[in-house]
Design a protein around this ligand. Structure first.
Ligand code: NAP
Length: 521
């Protein structure tokens, strides 16, 4: 185990920073990624960690999303850390509060609270090539220094507010699904809901019995498959607690069956089988064939994220729920006007319109500059790209967790997060052991990796012609890892120094680049 680096190094380029404490790692974000990283870094002996969080508690997605019916669409025994099993999950797909409780349990057990500083957003960060350190400023005007800088903010945390004409002029309540206004009582209200993605399909059936009228504005129907859900019995929970191996086998079973979903997703021909299941689900659950037809997607299943619900379609059999498929023209003071000239008068508009997905948009207010003063946004002007979804050339000792092309449509993101964490921990400990100044991914290595990812994307459902949040504006898929999760784990099992320019600490604050083809082969 290495002793934590706790030194006071002067910043050659910024005398004001003289004397600042140099931390080993600053982690931005305290959701599943940041928490996992902090736990595993500590286990590896890296204890000098600071976690910055813009909100007031740990939890990320599961702290922010509290809308009625909010639950994970990945089974709880898999949507949890492999090293911190929970025998007491109440049902196969836990709701948000049970997941948040699990997160807070981990925070307590691994004593992470002292590491976190809440109510602090990162305003900027720049890398000093001479000292090999990151200088980070927060919105509270604090200046911090660290050897490693990790953005663990996740890709789905900034609500996407649609640019619909007149939205600001609406006199009723407007809120986004991820900022649910629980003080607003929906009982007896006329409500419009825009969007039919993973969030909307969960809250629509929950609020439908409560409101007087619900108009669901659908731009593109989603493929929604049955949700095989059940509560765990007391006996099962007891057995999982007493026989951890049994719980682990259960987890393995879920993992393997989820992984098999990649077959129809990657192969448009096999997707036809899944589409037949989807159509059967629609026709079985929706009474009116006209509505069923409007809710049947015309694109290959899996191109957009596949959703699961047993409650969504039946909501449209209710007299007080209307599916509106006409395009939205504008919002007026009293409601939503559609392209056919109809005004849908409502008391509230709920935006189930998803999240800002492109890091160039959701990180646009954070100025991150790397070697030579290049900004991250400038470097990503043609599209965000990271080596293994994690590292960026010219941004040494910087990791972007759940970065470009490390998301999933078929299995648990926690598995990917744990893979990324082992890669980062390996990098941090190698740098410390070798007394290196910094590691910077080689441009060709990054280019080859991304070319390979995009080649793997060809002839998959993701490139079969739909428009999805997986893509940037030119159609390039910047979100999804196109392979198996175990292939990703294999590729991230350790950080290969040969993929990086390694600069050593020579004691004279000059950069010495090792010929690491020789040194680390
Ligand atoms: P989403 O999947 O991006 O869906 C956004 C919806 O809003 C889409 O139906 C979209 O239509 C519609 N929309 C956006 N702008 C619009 C506009 N200007 N006019 C009309 N409609 C508009 O967002 P989400 O439902 O919040 O889900 C986000 C991600 O979180 C998804 O991956 C989802 O599966 C995931 N999620 C996961 C869980 C979980 O259990 N793990 C739970 C909830 C959500 P188009 O399709 O036409 O663009």
């Amino acid at each position: 185990m290495n002793a934590p680096l706790k030194a006071t190094l002067p910043d050659q380029n910024n005398p004001e920073q003289d004397g600042a404490t140099v931390r080993d790692v600053i982690i931005v974000g305290t959701g599943f990624s940041g928490i996992c990283l902090a736990i595993k870094l500590r286990e590896a002996g890296v204890t000098d960690i600071l976690m910055l969080e813009k909100a007031d508690d740990f939890g990320g997605t599961w702290r922010d999303n509290t809308y009625p019916g909010c639950a994970c669409d990945v089974q709880s025994h898999l949507y949890s850390y492999s090293f911190e099993g929970n025998p007491n999950w109440s049902k196969s797909y836990a709701g948000w509060s049970e997941i948040q409780d699990y997160i807070l349990h981990c925070v307590k057990k691994y004593q992470l609270r002292p590491l976190a500083r809440f109510g602090h957003s990162v305003a900027g960060a720049h890398f000093n090539e001479v000292s090999g350190l990151w200088h980070i400023t927060t919105d509270k005007g604090e200046s911090l220094v660290s050897r490693f800088f990790v953005m663990a903010t996740g890709p789905l945390h900034v609500p996407a507010i649609p640019s619909i004409a007149g939205l600001n002029s609406f006199k009723g309540r407007v809120f986004h699904s991820a900022r649910w206004e629980h003080d607003f009582n929906l009982t007896g209200k006329r409500v419009a809901s825009i969007g039919t993605g993973g969030s909307a399909i969960q809250y629509v059936p929950e609020i439908a019995p409560q409101v007087s009228q619900l108009k669901v504005f659908q731009r593109t129907p989603a493929w929604v498959l049955p949700r095989h859900e059940r509560a765990y019995t007391a006996l099962e929970k007891n057995l999982f607690a007493k026989l951890p191996l049994l719980r682990k086998l259960h987890r393995l079973w879920i993992y393997c069956s989820n992984e098999l979903r990649l077959l129809p997703i990657r192969q448009p021909l096999l997707a036809r089988v899944a589409e037949a299941m989807g159509k059967r689900h629609i026709n079985k659950q929706i009474a009116d064939p006209k509505i069923a037809s409007k809710m049947t997607p015309d694109y290959t299943i899996g191109c957009k994220r596949i959703l699961i619900s047993n409650k969504y379609y039946p909501a449209f059999n209710r007299d007080n729920v209307e599916l509106v498929t006409e395009a939205i023209k504008k919002v007026t003071e009293t409601g939503i006007e559609t392209a056919d000239g109809r005004l849908h008068e409502v008391d509230a508009i709920i935006l189930g319109t998803g999240f800002v997905i492109d890091p160039r948009d959701y990180m646009k207010n954070v100025s991150i500059t790397g070697k030579g003063g290049i900004s991250l946004l400038e470097q990503w002007k043609d599209g965000p790209a990271c080596y293994k979804g994690l590292t960026v050339e010219n941004f040494p000792n910087f990791f972007q967790m759940t970065g470009p092309n490390s998301g999933l449509g078929h299995n648990s993101i926690i598995y990917m997060i744990e893979s990324q964490v082992s890669y980062i921990v390996d990098g941090v400990t190698k740098l410390k052991k070798g007394n290196y100044k910094y590691l910077d991914v080689k441009p060709q290595v990054l280019q080859d990796f991304n070319d390979h990812v995009q080649v793997r994307m060809q002839n998959t459902v993701w490139t079969s012609g739909c428009v999805s949040w997986y893509q940037q504006k030119d159609g390039r898929n910047i979100a999804i890892w196109p392979g198996t999760t175990f292939a990703y784990r294999w590729q991230t099992r350790h950080l290969n120094l040969a993929d990086y320019e390694v600069v050593v600490n020579d004691g004279a604050d000059t950069a010495v680049v090792l010929d690491n083809k020789v040194a680390f082969s």
